[in-house]
Design a protein around this ligand. Structure first.
Ligand SMILES: *[C@@H]1O[C@H](CO)[C@@H](O)[C@H](O)[C@H]1NC(C)=O
Length: 376
């Protein structure tokens, strides 16, 4: 565990003292190159990211790191990530192109009020298609995400927007122009079941663009997909697409609106205007729950009824998350009707879980950890 405390910006008349805690840091500052993602496996869950949702080519076909890939205003990041979809970017027999990273952490990133930060940019070279739907920085249940391109089922051929969606409904959008950094924070209140949207461009501080929207903020704490899923569309062939990412981290407490991010070197020309504040950076807030388990994991694709069991034998603080199919035409939103049953492999319990807690006939709701139980 890395623990550092930064005091910065002191003025005599400071009136506010705020504390924000980085629960999980996905800024690639400890990475030599993207091949460090290969350090992680189901049997050896190390580093800040789970890396398993990608095509069959080497990691550098899908993820590359460079200082030139980050938002220049994000001085807290040493480098950014270029996440790529090429014509091999099909994962696990699915018909969707996917390159996604998932936080590897036992920190409480899906509890209380937290802020999921990232910055996103595209270029004209290898631009994401405006003719196909892209789901970006999404949760497994799609309760909130960004989307770009033509939306499945919509009229017309193409769509130039970058949207922020809650439960598949667009709540905010902008033309997605090349070379503009979009800085984003999802303000998720897992207790109140709401999500709000913060945004800025370039080096401007984040401001809240959309007030909290009610939704079912279901997450097992390991299903935020930092990356992109592109839906297939007949007649629109694959082209290479690049998505640039910077400043990926999750914090609790007060939001950091400065795009420089937590722990960034203090700019001496501006520090005089900043009130006294303290930041505590913790790379991992460990839960006291530790258990040994042998977990059988199933992966389901939508292209067939093929079920591939993956067996891992580990001692860990967390069981691997389930990988569920994602509809190619609709974003399925978990609702919590009073009487319902959860299907095989679906979540059926966990802190803040708001969905069905009764499993379908013949299945039992099996406890994995505080955050996740599954119908098996
Ligand atoms: C990945 O593993 C290598 C070799 O052990 C190590 O040097 C490197 O720091 C690791 N990368 C990260 C991001 O932890």
């Amino acid at each position: 565990m890395k623990l550092s405390v930064l005091f910065s910006g002191v003025v005599a008349s400071a009136v506010s003292v705020s504390a924000d805690t980085v629960l999980w840091d996905g800024r690639f500052n400890d990475f030599t190159s993207a091949t460090d993602l290969n350090n992680w496996s189901w049997g050896n869950q190390v580093g800040p990211y789970q890396y398993y949702i990608h095509g069959s080519s080497p990691v550098t076909s899908y993820v590359n790191l460079s200082p030139s890939y980050k938002n220049p205003a994000d001085t807290g990041s040493k480098q950014g990530a270029k996440i790529t979809l090429d014509n091999t970017a099909y994962w696990n027999g699915q018909n969707m192109r996917r390159t996604e990273l998932i936080p590897q952490t036992t920190a409480a990133i899906a509890k209380g009020k937290v802020f999921y930060h990232f910055s996103l940019m595209r270029k004209d070279t290898n631009a994401p298609a405006t003719t196909r739907e892209h789901q970006i920085a999404f949760f497994e249940s799609h309760f909130t995400e960004l989307k770009s391109g033509w939306q499945s089922g919509a009229a017309g051929i193409s769509d130039p927007l970058l949207r922020w969606c809650v439960g598949g409904q667009t709540k905010w959008s902008v033309n997605w122009d090349a070379d503009v950094w979009h800085n984003v924070a999802y303000e998720i209140d897992f207790s109140a079941n709401t999500v709000a949207f913060w945004h800025s461009t370039g080096g401007a501080p984040l401001t809240r663009k959309v007030a909290p929207v009610a939704t079912s903020t279901s997450s097992n704490g390991a299903d935020w997909h930092v990356g992109v899923l592109e839906l297939p569309r007949s007649g629109y062939p694959d082209a290479n697409e690049d998505f640039y990412w910077s400043g990926v981290y999750i914090e609790s407490g007060d939001i950091t609106t400065n795009v420089a991010g937590p722990g960034a070197p203090v700019d001496p020309t501006t520090s005089v205007d900043i009130p006294i504040f303290t930041r505590t950076l913790t790379s991992a807030i460990s839960s006291s729950t530790t258990f040994s388990t042998v977990t059988t994991r199933h992966q389901t694709t939508i292209t067939s009824s093929h079920v591939q069991p993956v067996t891992t034998s580990t001692t860990s603080t967390r069981a691997p998350p389930p990988v569920t199919s994602t509809s190619s035409t609709v974003s399925s939103i978990p609702s919590a009707p009073p009487t319902c049953t959860a299907a095989q492999y679906a979540q059926c319990g966990g802190v803040n879980f708001a969905g069905c807690t009764t499993c379908a006939a013949g299945l039992t709701c099996k406890f994995s950890n505080d955050w996740y139980s599954q119908c098996l």
